[in-house]
Design a binder for this molecule. Sequence first.
Ligand code: PRP
Length: 191
Amino acid sequence: MFKTVAPSIPFPPAASMEVLFTQNQIAERVREIGRQISEEYAGESIVLIGVLKGAAIFLADLARAISVDNTFDFVAVSSYGRARVSSGAVKLIKDIDNPIEGKHVILVEDILDTGLTLSYLRGLMLQHKPASLKIASCLDKPERRLVPIEADYVAFAIPNRFVIGYGMDYAEVYRNLADIRLFPEELAVGH
Ligand code: PRP
């Protein structure tokens, strides 16, 4: 079943939205995080687990910025009525494909917001008994946190603004933008 988008939702052109982080700034931070992870896991191999769909682009870049062996897997979750205010209920709709027992795992997210998604996923992944489990998130909105969880690697901490691009969407649009931009709050219907 495809999600439908109400025709009344306005989609401003990407170029009209203020850039928060440029493609170059993002690439620089991804390189730095990749270097840090490569040093910390020297001689090991890593499983990167991306949370669909937002993390796909960050994971693709991060995987290539890490010089130690890494493989990737993906999970998908749904949360009921989250939008910008979470109901707190998170459900797994796609599990990992390969076992992670005894492996070094990094959960990869585009944004750490209330923390409910990563908190749920961390608990779930720990049940698989990985050798270690860390979290990398492209963005972090610390002031939105509802549960205590922090990422081990963060490209940028940001204030509570609605952002799109570099994997992040508004009604599934804008994920492909190379920059991270501010979506106008007044247009963010239901978010
Ligand atoms: C976003 C993001 C995280 C989650 C973070 O996912 O990708 O998974 O919200 O929020 P939290 O910290 O409040 O749990 P979204 O539901 O928008 O799905 P998407 O990745 O497919 O865009």
